[in-house]
Ligand binder design. Structure first.
Ligand SMILES: [Zn+2]
Length: 298
């Protein structure tokens, strides 16, 4: 993410800050919504999905889980936190904490996502999820597996799911998929084969997959592009690198101003490795200081 230099024709006139059309997937690849599903699941799998999020009536006993109570430690902790953060809303004191604890317990008890079975947990571990339990962050290396493999219990994971962000959509999918397999349920919608949409004509999907972005035309001009979106020009087209550097280091650009030496170095790096400009990573690692300032330019 950042800025890169592109060499474009001198008369290239694509509007500034508008994503170059060649980078965007054409509308002709949009498919029809599937008439028989919402997101590619079979009716049975859709039920599981709704149970996961508490949109269908869920019973903790169905997964062998125990309902949370207002005074379950993890519920109580959340209730205390909520009350202390907004006393004007919740009121204060023990009564407010108990009331909020009961509300939270009722909420948590309505969703499968807070009442996983051990088989569900095992599926998540097998799917490379639950890093909070199985991995540790090592400085400079990121997430690393723990020396001794960990198999958290269902109740540990369910308590964890009450804190912080809990499960994401990928976890939901992993658990639903594994349960369908265990119970011999077809997971995917038979109409759309799990895509959630159907082709407007035969071969549309294959065409979409074969589609590749079209680069802007190349030429003798010098132009600054942002790559925070798919990519759009953010400067006029200049005839020389020096002119572009001059534009970048023009004090009139206010907080987008880049020191002249840094601009020159950035343009040199942005051009040299691959003709149409380096990736933003190249800019970042090559001239970190420049990259820093350039990345700030939003
Ligand atoms: Zn479908």
């Amino acid at each position: 993410m950042g800025r890169e230099v592109r060499r474009v024709p001198l008369d290239f006139d694509w509007p500034l800050n508008k994503v170059w059309e060649g980078f965007l997937t054409p509308d002709r690849f949009d498919e029809e919504d599937c008439p028989d599903c919402r997101n590619g699941y079979s009716p049975q799998a859709q039920n599981l999905y709704d149970l996961w999020y508490g949109k269908l009536s869920f019973d903790p006993a169905s997964t062998g889980s125990t309902p949370f109570r207002y005074d379950s430690p993890a519920v109580r902790a959340r209730a205390e936190q909520n009350v202390s953060q907004a006393p004007d809303y919740y009121g204060t004191g023990e009564a407010a904490i108990v009331r909020e604890g009961q509300r939270l317990a009722d909420l948590f008890n309505r969703a499968w996502s807070h009442h996983l079975s051990q088989a569900d947990v095992d599926a998540l571990i097998a799917g490379g999820r639950l890093y909070d339990f199985t991995h540790v962050v090592v400085p400079g290396k990121g997430w690393q597996p723990k020396d001794t493999p960990v198999r958290p219990t269902a109740s540990e994971v369910n308590e964890w799911s009450l804190r912080g962000f809990g499960h994401d959509g990928i976890n939901a999918h992993v658990v639903i998929q594994a349960r369908c397999e265990r119970e011999g349920i077809e997971e995917r919608c038979s109409t759309c084969k799990g895509h959630g949409s159907i082709e407007k004509y035969e071969g549309q999907r294959a065409e979409a997959e074969a589609w590749e972005p079209i680069e802007p035309p190349k030429g003798d001009g010098w132009q600054l592009w942002e790559t925070v979106s798919e990519g759009s020009p953010v400067s006029p087209v200049f005839a020389t690198a020096d002119e572009l550097a001059g534009w970048m280091s023009d004090p009139a650009r206010g907080n987008r101003w880049v020191p002249p030496a840094a601009a020159a170095k950035f343009i040199e790096d942005g051009w040299a490795p691959s003709f149409v400009g380096t990736s933003s990573m190249g800019v970042m690692s090559g001239v970190e200081w420049v990259g820093h300032h350039v990345a700030d330019e939003k």
